[in-house]
Design a protein around this ligand. Structure first.
Ligand code: NAD
Ligand code: 13P
Length: 343
C-alpha cells in the first residue's frame, strides 16, 4: 500500500502524550512517512513561542513537562501546514476548540485521508445527541472517522506505564490502520466495530468522574465511589442504548468502558477539580478552579454534564438518569454537594 503520513491535531496533555507514542511507532514500523507534524495552538512560554521550544527541546514544557518526543515530531502553529499531505489525521484538541480547525485541514490533507478522534465530549441538536466523530466527518466532507478511547490518563501513558486502549471503527481496514498507528508494547490497543459506543463511554465517564470527585471532597471512601462508578456505568449503558442503535455490550467491558471510568474516577482531572469544588462547598466557579488547578489544561466533564442534561431534559427522560442529573444539579444548579448520594 501507499506510505501513510500521520498528523496530530492538538498538543495538550493527551495530544502530546499520543504524539510521543505515534512518533516512536512511525520510526519502528514500516510503511510510514517518518515525519509526524503536530498542530500547536501558539502561545508564549517564558517569552518563547511554544512551537520553537518543542522543535528545539523536543518537549512540550507547558502541557507534558519532563517527557521527550522523538525528533521526528514537528510542531506547527498553522493547522493547514500541520495537516499538509497527511493520510491519517488524529484529532485531539479539547472539545471546545475543534470548531474552526476542520476547514483549513480539509484543503490540505491527502485525498482519501481518514481521521481518528480522541476527543471526549458530546454535542446535541434538535434530534438528540451528536457524536464529535460525526461532526468531524461532516466538516471533513464525509471522511471516515474512527475513535480511540481508553483508560489513558496522559501523564501515566507518557511515562510508559502499561495500559490498554480501544479503537472504535466503522471500516475494518481503517480500524486496523489506526491500531497499527497507536499500538506498542506499553500501550495495547484493541478494536471493536462500535464508534458510538466507544465514543459515548469516553464522553460520559467524565461526568461520572465529577461525582467521584464530589465524594472525595466530602471525605467519603471507596465503597461510596464504587457505588457512583457502578451506577454511572449503568446510566452510560442506558444512554447509549436509548439514543443509538447497534451499540455492543462488549464495548462496555473494553478499556474505553469500565476501565476508563475507573481510572478517571481515581486519577483524572475532572475528579481532582470536582474534589476542590466540593471542598469549597460548591461555591467556587468551575472556570476559577480549572485555571488554578490545571495550568491551561481543560475540563471536559463540566461541558459534557451540561450537554447531557440538556438532551435528557429535552427528551423528558432526566428521571431515568438520576445520577447524571444529580451531578449536573450539584455542578451547575446550586444543589448541595452532599446530595451526591441521593440519586
Ligand atoms: P488539555 O486539557 O491539555 O488542553 C490544553 C490544550 O488546549 C493545549 O494544547 C492548548 O494549546 C489548547 N488550547 C487552549 N486554548 C485554546 C484555544 N483558544 N484554541 C485552541 N486550542 C487551545 O488537552 P488534552 O489533554 O490533550 O485533551 C484533548 C482531548 O483528549 C480532550 O477531549 C480530553 O478529554 C481527551 N483526553 C485527555 C486525556 C488526558 O489524560 N489528558 C486522556 C484521554 C483523553
Ligand atoms: P480527565 O480529563 O478527567 O483527566 O480524564 C482523562 C482521561 O480521559 C483518561 O482516559
Amino acid at each position: 500500500g501507499r506510505t501513510e503520513k500521520v498528523a496530530v491535531i492538538g498538543s495538550g496533555n493527551w495530544g502530546s502524550a499520543i504524539a510521543k507514542i505515534v512518533g516512536q511507532n512511525v520510526l519502528d514500523k514500516p510503511g510510514f512517512d517518518k515525519e509526524v507534524r503536530m498542530y500547536v495552538y501558539q502561545e508564549k512560554v517564558n517569552g518563547r513561542d511554544l512551537t520553537e521550544i518543542i522543535n528545539t527541546e523536543h518537549e512540550n514544557v507547558k502541557y507534558l513537562k519532563g517527557v521527550k518526543f522523538t525528533e521526528n515530531v514537528v510542531a506547527c502553529a498553522d493547522v493547514g501546514e500541520a495537516a499538509a499531505g497527511a493520510t491519517l489525521l488524529i484529532f485531539v484538541t479539547p472539545h471546545q476548540f475543534l470548531g474552526s480547525l476542520c476547514k483549513p485541514i480539509k484543503g490540505r490533507c491527502a485525498r482519501g485521508a481518514r481521521a481518528c478522534s480522541l476527543i471526549k465530549g458530546i454535542e446535541f441538536d434538535a434530534n438528540g445527541p451528536v457524536l464529535i466523530s460525526d461532526i468531524i466527518k461532516k466538516k471533513m466532507g464525509g471522511m471516515d472517522v474512527s475513535v480511540l478511547m481508553g483508560a489513558n490518563v496522559a501523564n501515566e501513558v507518557a511515562r510508559d506505564e502499561f495500559c490498554e486502549s480501544t479503537v472504535g471503527y466503522r471500516k475494518e481496514a481503517n480500524g486496523r490502520a489506526w491500531q497499527r498507528v497507536f499500538d506498542c508494547p506499553t500501550f495495547r490497543v484493541s478494536k471493536i466495530k462500535d464508534v458510538a459506543g466507544v465514543e459515548l463511554c469516553g464522553a460520559l465517564k467524565n461526568v461520572v468522574a465529577l461525582g467521584a470527585g464530589f465524594c472525595d471532597g466530602l471525605g467519603l471512601g471507596g465503597n461510596t465511589k464504587a457505588a457512583i462508578i457502578r451506577v454511572g456505568l449503568g446510566e452510560t449503558i442506558q444512554f447509549c442504548k436509548m439514543f443509538y442503535g447497534g451499540i455492543k455490550d462488549q464495548t462496555f467491558l473494553e478499556s474505553c468502558g469500565v476501565a476508563d471510568l475507573v481510572t478517571t474516577c481515581f486519577g483524572g482531572r475532572n475528579r481532582k477539580c470536582a474534589e476542590a469544588f466540593a471542598k469549597a462547598g460548591g461555591k467556587s466557579g468551575w472556570d476559577k478552579i480549572e485555571k488554578e488547578m490545571l495550568n491551561g489544561q481543560k475540563l471536559q466533564g463540566t461541558i459534557t454534564a451540561q450537554d447531557v442534561a440538556k438532551v435528557l431534559r429535552k427528551k423528558g427522560v432526566a428521571h431515568k438518569f438520576p445520577l447524571l442529573s444529580k451531578i449536573h444539579q450539584i455542578a451547575f444548579e446550586g444543589a448541595p454537594v452532599t446530595d451526591i448520594v441521593k440519586f
